[in-house]
Design a protein around this ligand. Structure first.
Ligand code: ZN
Ligand code: ZN
Length: 355
């Protein structure tokens, strides 16, 4: 990225890894919703930087001392791996508390200008540099690149977010938005026996939500106001409302609706909205949260070992859910602009690049 909505292709020499580091050759990378936010310059952290954080690559070179991944599996040049896209510095207050996903230096490497070595800081690039502070995991052989690429960040983040709710087998989870995150969350919740209601308006995404096991769909074309959707969801939950509402739309107006939808004593998890400041504000009566005794929680990133759980989840369940259809019709790297356009228009669940 060289400016708002602007990128350039640049070439650098591929570096040799320092002790404890790795160099990967990228195989496949997705364009996540947050890549689009960053591309629009709505992220405070990433400006002159390399986009991309959902990807899978082959080990091209191992730094001195790297013998295994973070799960203890031995790694060699040529193995497929996925890295956690941020660093865990282990020296900040969050890391000290054990909240590694909240590391205050998490984007220390990713946010660097690629003009400085080792250059390859983002996933939308032919190569990627894994720094010594970064977790990475070997990809199980049975997983295709198309399936493995989405483990980081989409699936890992959804397993993490739902682990931090009171989701049980008798819960009703309402998911606002059936993009990549919403579809992953549907699969995770179905595996735990919960009932899932999905609010979505894009036809292809509605079809995918059904394939991922959604029990009910609230079609935004039919229920086209917030009031109509709340009323419909109440009908579907015998007047009580869902136990948990998961917002993965990235649309600010979805948040007051989350609060309106959740049952008394229920939970709201805010994941999709990342932007702050003017243009991303909504009005809400805080009394609604108080009177309903809601638990409202934000969830950014995940603890790094969740990436390994996400890979195991995919291996275990890939026969039951069409993970590969999240990233249909991938683009070649030189056509990155088309993939970004797909991501912006929400015409696909996850836009994707093959190298
Ligand atoms: Zn992401
Ligand atoms: Zn830290």
């Amino acid at each position: 990225m060289v400016g708002p909505n602007t990128f350039e292709f640049k070439s650098y020499d591929v570096p040799q890894p320092e002790p404890g580091g790795l160099v990967l050759k990228t195989r496949r990378a997705n364009v996540c919703g947050s890549d689009i936010h960053q591309y629009h310059y709505n992220s405070p952290a990433l400006k002159q930087a390399v986009l991309g954080h959902e990807f899978v690559g082959d080990v091209a070179a191992l730094g001195a001392g790297v013998k295994t991944d973070n799960a203890g599996t031995s790694v060699h040049v040529g193995d497929r791996v996925v890295p956690v896209y941020y660093v865990t510095c282990r020296h900040c207050p969050s890391c000290l508390r054990g909240d590694l996903g909240m590391c205050q230096n998490a984007l220390r490497e990713w946010s660097k200008n690629p003009d400085q070595p080792p250059h390859f800081f983002g996933g939308l690039s032919t190569h990627y540099y894994v720094s010594p502070d970064q977790y990475f995991f070997k990809v199980p052989e049975e997983l295709d690149d198309a399936v493995a690429a989405g483990a980081n960040c989409g699936l890992a983040q959804m397993i993490f977010a739902l682990d931090h709710t009171r989701l049980r087998d008798d819960s009703t989870l309402l998911i606002q938005g059936a993009g990549g995150l919403g579809l992953y969350a549907t699969a995770v919740a179905k595996e735990r026996g919960a009932r899932v209601i999905v609010i979505e308006g894009v036809r292809d995404r509605i079809a995918l939500a059904k394939q991922f096991g959604a029990d009910e769909i609230v079609d935004m074309n039919e229920f086209d106001t917030s009031e109509a959707r709340v009323e419909r969801v109440l009908e579907l939950t015998t007047g009580k409302g869902p136990d948990i509402v998961l917002e993965v739309t990235g649309v600010a107006a979805a948040f007051p609706e989350s609060v309106a939808l959740a049952r008394v004593g229920g939970e709201v998890v805010s994941v999709g909205n990342l932007n702050v400041g003017e243009g991303f504000e909504v009005s809400i009566a805080p009394g609604t949260v108080t009177r309903k005794s809601l638990t409202v929680r934000g969830a950014l990133r995940y603890d790094p070992w969740y990436l390994n759980r996400a890979l195991a989840f995919l291996s275990r369940t890939q026969e039951r859910y069409p993970f590969e259809s999240l990233t249909k019709q991938p683009h070649a790297f030189e056509n990155l602009r088309d993939a970004i356009r797909d991501g912006e228009s929400r015409s696909v669940a996850r836009a994707s690049i093959v190298f």
